[in-house]
Design a protein. Structure first.
Length: 73
């Protein structure tokens, strides 16, 4: 069952949901309420892009840094 395409799809969606939740929580903690348009941009990123973002989150000094990163994706 764990090798089935459906199982893998569900697993990936769950990982993506948790990644988005963690990233938005971190951003809201660090910068205050992040506007919904930035959150929407984050939500449509693929799992590999979310994992890449997770690796650079601590480098963002401002939300402008986040916006630049998102535009480069």
């Amino acid at each position: 069952m764990q090798e089935s395409v459906i199982y893998q799809d569900i697993l990936q969606k769950g990982k993506k949901k948790e990644a988005v939740k963690w990233i938005t929580s971190f951003l809201n903690y660090r910068f205050g309420d992040v506007n919904s348009s930035l959150i929407a941009e984050i939500q449509v990123l693929s799992l590999p892009k979310l994992e890449a973002m997770r690796n650079v989150l601590f480098n963002f000094a401002t939300l402008a840094d986040l916006e630049v990163w998102l535009k480069q994706q």
